[in-house]
Design a protein. Structure first.
Length: 423
């Protein structure tokens, strides 16, 4: 049996049982070997021509240096298409891939966990007009594990080596084992797409998936997050406004240093250290040094920089201290609803129970049936008119797709009637 025949046969099988299923076949080498890294205009033009002449969907992946570098830029782009083979492109050496984007404008792009890669692809001039997200497809199809390795193994019967997923992809030159890993990530992506499409069609969920994929492709870039310092890990320990100001000042100082040095903020100063400084409110470099996270390995100049941030927070007038609270325009944390608005708490409890039951019935995660944020917003501020049409309009206003409205509207309309609407 040829390799292609093995893939076709495996793609029609159901997910094997972890106890009785056949052992997966290790996928050790790309079919045509490891392609050379494209790092100049001439080589890129060759890839553009080859992929323009290729046929069918194009598998796309990107590797970032999360935890090593500042930001989420791409440091390697992998592609594969029938008739073109695989390509590995260095977006540091070739930062403008708009010509490749143009060549693929009419093609369907196949990505795994597309929302993770689309922002960094957009930065280098690539954006799909049509896409198929194999991770999202796996969620909608009810697979319990939807990582790429788990999906390739469960659906196609092949085992991918995943040992290099968290390496520093900004390393140059990239080691051969890393390049092999990167090429294998797109080796079976189109085969996986075809098998999942068939499974979604069997479950009458293919139209749902297409609606989700279209929403992903059309979604605009996410706006800058307001007050990103509030997401500091351990922030729940910080209660007083003066302490919150310390977190803000240290977070902003750290971000500037990380941006300037092009390193991950966590390598400059940990979140845990920021929180310790906020709780301790040190009044000198000596006091700061005594706190966890500010040990003797730090140079005097760096310690003075952090202490200066603490001093700025200590000197702020009360009127300029940050206010505690939730994100603007959003409902408060659900744990406070029973006290603040018992009727809203009753609506939320009923809505959550109904959504959970429906998600289990449909064999998909609750958050894919309808986002928890949509449920919270709807229950906190329901429409004055609780007719089905008004509730449907509210759901669409929060970004729910047509299939989500169809599947949840009767349940949520009933839950909203569990208590009077908010005044």
């Amino acid at each position: 049996m040829t390799d292609a025949q093995k893939i076709a046969a495996a793609s029609t099988a159901q997910e094997p049982s972890p106890d009785t299923g056949p052992a997966p076949t290790p996928l050790l080498e790309p079919r045509e070997g490891i392609p050379p890294v494209v790092a100049d205009a001439e080589a890129l033009a060759g890839v553009v021509a080859a992929f323009s002449a290729g046929t069918g969907p194009v598998a796309v992946d990107a590797e970032r240096a999360s935890g090593y570098r500042y930001g989420q830029r791409a440091y390697l782009v992998q592609l594969r298409r029938t008739g073109a083979g695989s390509a590995l492109i260095d977006p540091v050496a070739c930062p403008d891939l708009s010509a490749l984007d143009t060549a693929l404008a009419d093609s369907e792009w196949v990505l795994h966990a597309a929302s993770q890669d689309l922002p960094c692809l957009r930065e280098i001039g690539m954006r799909p007009r049509r896409l198929f997200d194999t991770e999202l497809a796996g969620r909608l199809a009810g697979y319990p594990r939807v990582g790429l390795g788990a999906m390739v193994e469960g659906v196609l019967g092949y085992a991918l080596e995943k040992g290099h997923s968290a390496v520093d992809w900004s390393t140059r030159p990239l080691p051969e084992p890393w390049l092999r890993y990167a090429a294998l990530d797109v080796e079976l992506l189109v085969d996986l797409r075809d098998a999942l499409e068939a499974e979604l069609d069997r479950q009458d969920k293919l139209d749902w998936a297409r609606q989700e994929f279209e929403a992903l492709a059309l979604a605009p870039p996410a706006p800058p997050r307001k007050d990103p310092w509030r997401r500091t890990s351990g922030m729940h320990k910080v209660r007083r406004r003066r302490q919150m100001a310390v977190v803000r000042e240290l977070w902003q100082a750290r971000d500037e240093v990380a941006r300037r040095r092009d390193v991950s903020p966590g390598k400059v100063l940990t979140d845990a250290a920021i929180v310790e400084a906020a709780l301790g409110l040190p009044d000198s470099v000596r006091a700061l040094t005594a706190l966890p996270g500010f040990g003797h390995r730090m140079g005097r100049r760096q310690l003075e920089e952090w202490q200066a941030a603490v001093d700025r927070a200590r000197a702020l007038p009360d009127s300029e201290l940050p206010q505690p609270g939730q994100a603007p325009g959003g409902p408060p944390p659900p744990r406070s609803w029973a006290e603040k608005d018992p009727a809203a708490a009753a609506r939320l409890a009923a809505a959550r129970a109904a959504v959970t039951a429906q998600a289990e019935l449909l064999r998909l995660p609750q958050e894919n049936l309808i986002t928890p944020d949509t449920v919270r917003r709807l229950c906190w501020e329901p429409p004055a008119d609780l007719s089905a049409e008004a509730v449907a309009d509210a759901l669409r206003g929060y970004g729910a797709r047509a299939w989500q409205v169809e599947q949840t509207l009767p349940l949520l309309a009933t839950a909203l009637a569990a208590a009077p609407p908010a005044e």
